[in-house]
Design a protein around this ligand. Structure first.
Ligand code: MG
Length: 444
């Protein structure tokens, strides 16, 4: 598997495609782009994390940066630390939901945002050209800060807007997959009044199951929610930016519902725009429409959603993979923000998670991917735009067609020669029909 370089940083197989030497180079290039400056550095709980932490610290120091290490941290904790400490940027060492033998380096700018594509390319260009790398002879001592996790928790708690009395003693099962969320999430839920049963609670990076928080990986959580008669189950990914939810019957509700429930929670208290990527469920449009709020659609990728939210003053946003952004905390997807918003919705309405899900518009999503090079993707997009010129078309990241009965989004992958086709409609059959119409027009 090749090294993956994208706006969200660099990811690879430890020791094969991602090596400590490469980590030093990328970190020095990022430090060069920041022209030195103060940088906060965290890592998720993977066993290789400490090695890469030292390598990244060395690269940043070589470029003249003053580094503050915050240890094992959720990605949203790093973003919050940048804002709290007015840092010039931040780095989190994580491969997110990839398996434990992967790792990655995620860069964040002074606003806590992933760099835009141009800046991301520049980091790699600087890395490839040693003449452009800053190299200093005066070094700053590396600082340690062990309070960033607690300050992130406090920020989310301060943002609570409802009376939490109904949550007192609410039984919650939390699966942290032995990732970075294991450290501060139980105390956070306890502070909201919940009784916490914590699964996979050691932040040692020995993932108890495949770490992506999707249905097939969460059978242990579903069983425990049901056997403990809990009100809700929460699953985090290893860097705790994504959140998946299990209802009180032990049923995994689907990652699209996390953002939908959070949007419902926020909009029921405050009005304002909502932002989501083009592949996110139409539920979000229906919920926003109920409150008279506009929905803004962006290309896929956290940085695109975050920038759109900043520009429009959105009150909530995110992606359909369980990534929710509460701009009052930071512009990074945050599982703590998502838990807080969902629990506030339960507290304010007195309803169970199942009842809340049943009130939302129901759609079925079908996702397909197939081999397809960039030229073929371009031709497919043109063919679709021609064939469906009478429908509502959104460009900017492949093409999305909104039909009266559902939508189809076709986009090329940024990292592999494949095309993804996602459709959503009232039922699975209708979604599959939409996909085949579009694939036929696209000639793929
Ligand atoms: Mg993640």
């Amino acid at each position: 598997m090749a090294l993956m370089i994208s706006v969200s940083g660099v990811r690879g197989l430890v020791g094969t495609t991602l090596t400590p030497g490469l980590a030093v180079e990328f970190a020095q290039a990022f430090g060069t782009l920041l022209r030195g400056g103060r940088v906060v550095l965290g890592r998720d709980s993977r066993p290789s994390g400490e090695m890469f932490e030292h390598a990244v610290a060395a690269g940043l120091c070589a470029a003249g940066c003053a580094v503050t290490r915050i240890g094992i941290a959720m990605t949203p904790t790093v973003a919050r630390a940048i804002l709290d400490g007015r840092y010039a940027g931040g780095v989190n060492i994580t491969a997110s939901h990839n398996p434990a033998d992967w790792n990655g380096i995620k860069f964040l700018d002074e606003h806590g945002l992933a760099p835009d594509p141009q800046r991301a390319r520049e980091i790699d260009e600087i890395r490839r050209d040693p003449a452009r790398l800053s190299s200093v002879t005066e070094f700053h001592p590396i600082q340690l800060d062990d309070g960033a996790g607690r300050r992130h928790v406090d920020a989310v708690l301060r943002a609570v807007e409802v009376d939490l009395t109904p949550l007192r003693g609410l039984r919650v099962v939390l699966d942290s997959v032995n990732g970075a969320g294991a450290l501060h999430t139980p105390a956070f839920l306890a502070a909201l009044g919940c009784e916490v049963i914590h699964l996979n609670a050691a932040a040692d990076g020995r993932f108890a199951h495949s770490p992506e928080p999707i249905a097939e990986n969460l059978s242990q959580l579903c069983e425990r929610v049901s056997s403990e008669h809990a009100a809700i189950g929460f699953a985090q990914d290893p860097d705790a930016d994504r959140l998946a939810i299990v209802d009180e019957t032990g049923r995994y509700i689907g990652e699209e519902y996390t953002l939908a429930l959070c949007a419902q929670s926020v909009l029921s208290r405050r009005r304002g725009p909502v932002a989501a990527n083009l592949s996110t469920s139409r539920m979000i449009d229906d919920i926003a429409a109920r409150f008279g709020a506009p929905t803004q659609r962006t290309p896929v990728g956290e940085a695109h959603v975050a920038r759109a939210m900043m520009a429009s003053g959105a009150v909530v946003g995110g992606e359909g993979n369980g990534g929710v952004i509460d701009p009052r905390i930071s512009y990074v997807r945050d599982s703590l923000s998502a838990m807080s918003l969902v629990l506030q919705l339960m507290a304010a309405t007195g309803k169970s998670i199942r009842a809340l899900v049943e009130e939302l518009p129901r759609f079925e999503m079908v996702k397909q991917k197939m081999p397809c090079g960039p030229d073929q993707v371009r031709r497919a997009v043109e063919a679709i735009e021609g064939r469906f010129a009478g429908e509502r078309i959104t460009r900017g990241d492949g093409v999305r067609i909104d039909f009266p009965e559902g939508w189809v989004h076709l986009r090329g992958s940024n990292t592999e020669p494949i095309v993804r086709v996602i459709a959503e409609a009232r039922d699975r059959e209708k979604a599959e029909i939409l996909i085949s119409r579009v694939r036929q027009a696209a000639g793929i």
